[in-house]
Design a protein around this ligand. Structure first.
Ligand code: EPU
Length: 421
């Protein structure tokens, strides 16, 4: 028995959609909260399975969780215990590795089973480990389990060979309570990093430079609770923007920071999409002309986000001409192309890139969401396609999109979930 999503394609979307809080900020803000000596309240929490997995980890750590509203979590780590994290919940998402930095920083000891998450090709965490070691920690790895400890975690100058989002945040978390100054050079600049640093500073941390490629963290003795509102999810906003460009009469995307998705909006403009970009909203109208094909190359922020590459590929099947999509972050992030081919897309898959020739008619078929953004790509394709698209392994989609089917149904999509054998 399995739950699938069925989409009866070809219906134009119309209306307004509200974007939820950023998944990739939330999954770091929750582990960050364990550093506090009092309750941390975060609002704008998306209703996604990753949050449930993190809540389960908090329970294991004896952190009290209160939910006043669905998007509002209070986490109280006052009576927490630093237990070994080997539960299944830990393996469900990659971001559980943020407990490495947070628990190492707070207790000087953490033992945690290797993280899971989407398979996008190899996803090493060597830079996280190098950072912890530079700060005086020893790291042991045994049958999927990391044991990281330090009697005296101290500041260090750390140069990241790659501007990794995860390593930047994890080192920042470890450094908040460490002795002295930590400098992260070639730090990642994603908006989520600014959000984490903002919350940590509200808690009493001393972090400068988040959003630039040099972040300085001056260790403090303790941090307290705070109130924090999560930034809007730029990837969810981008996904709806792509859907709007693909098949909306008129769609208004609300609660978005347009600056965060300029990599996408500039490409949509080049394609000829009709958009009005406001302060915290974007209005998309059906373009009178066929969209033109454009090439994209994914890059760290503020470049074109790798997380939008997969849904964007589905849109390119409808654009006029040949487009080359290159992913420089994850060279193997092209499994969605095989699924799109089943639906009739004309795509040639290369090494680290794909060539899409459009426009092509897509036809509903049985397809599989091999990872989260592949799922988003298949929803875009399903909305465009003739007939019914049946998407399997929808748990990937539910890990990261807040009630995407409810939001799309409100926009006029014909979409429902069903249990199949
Ligand atoms: N990398 C290393 N060594 C490391 C860390 C990263 O070689 O120690 C490499 C990775 O293999 C990859 C590149 O560096 O080629 C960038 O990886 P990064 O560490 O920046 O990615 P991440 O922190 O694992 C986050 C998001 C991803 C998003 C990437 C890139 C979270 C929880 N995940 O992953 O989001 O694709 O940044 O922007 O924040 C998604 O939401 O679907 C998703 C996969």
């Amino acid at each position: 028995m399995e739950e699938v999503i069925r989409i009866d394609g070809g219906r134009p979307l119309r209306g307004e959609v509200m974007i939820s809080g950023a998944k990739n900020a939330t999954v770091a803000l929750i582990p960050a909260a364990v550093l506090a000596r009092g309750p941390v309240t975060i609002t704008g929490v998306p209703n996604i399975a990753d949050v449930e997995s993190l809540a389960r980890i908090l329970e294991l750590l004896n952190v009290k969780i209160y939910r006043q509203r669905e998007d509002h979590i209070i986490m109280d780590p006052t009576d927490m215990k630093n237990v070994d994290l080997e539960d299944d919940a830990v393996k469900k998402l990659r971001a559980s590795y943020y407990f490495m930095g947070a628990l190492l920083g707070k207790y000087g000891y953490v033992r945690i089973k290797m993280s899971g998450g989407c398979y996008l090709g190899p996803r090493p965490i060597d830079l996280h480990i190098k950072g912890f070691e530079a700060m005086g920690a020893t790291v042991e790895y045994d049958r999927g389990c990391y044991t990281i400890k330090s009697d005296h975690l101290h500041g260090a100058k750390i140069f990241l060979d790659i501007a990794s989002v995860g390593a930047t945040i994890n080192i920042m978390l470890a450094a908040v309570l460490a002795d002295g100054r930590t400098t992260i050079e070639n730090a990642a600049k994603e908006p989520e990093i600014i959000d984490i640093a903002t919350m940590l500073n509200k808690m009493g941390a001393n972090i400068h430079g988040a959003g630039t490629n040099v972040i300085t963290i001056d260790g403090v003795h303790e941090v307290w609770g705070c109130f924090h509102e999560i930034i809007p999810d730029r990837i969810e906003a981008g996904t709806f923007l792509i859907m709007a460009a693909a098949c909306a009469e008129e769609m208004k995307i609300v609660n978005v920071i347009p600056k965060h998705i300029e990599g996408l909006t500039s490409k949509l403009m080049e394609m000829g999409a009709d958009m009005d970009i406001g302060i915290d909203s974007i209005l998309v109208r059906r373009s009178p002309k066929l969209l033109k094909a454009v090439d994209i190359t994914t890059k760290p922020y503020p470049g074109f986000a790798t997380d939008l590459q997969q849904p964007f590929t589905a849109l390119l099947t409808q654009a006029d001409g040949m487009a080359v999509v290159t992913d420089t972050i994850y060279k193997e992030r092209f499994k969605h192309c095989l699924e799109l081919q089943r639906m009739g897309a004309n795509i040639e898959i290369g090494s680290g890139s794909a060539m899409i020739k459009g426009p092509t008619r897509l036809y509903g078929d049985k397809v599989t969401a091999t990872d989260l953004r592949c799922g988003a790509s298949l929803i875009v394709a399903g909305l465009i396609a003739d007939g019914v698209t049946e998407i399997h392994d929808v748990y990937h989609i539910d890990r990261g999109y807040d009630r995407i089917d409810t939001k799309l149904k409100a926009l006029g999509a014909s979409m429902h979930r069903e249990i199949v054998e």
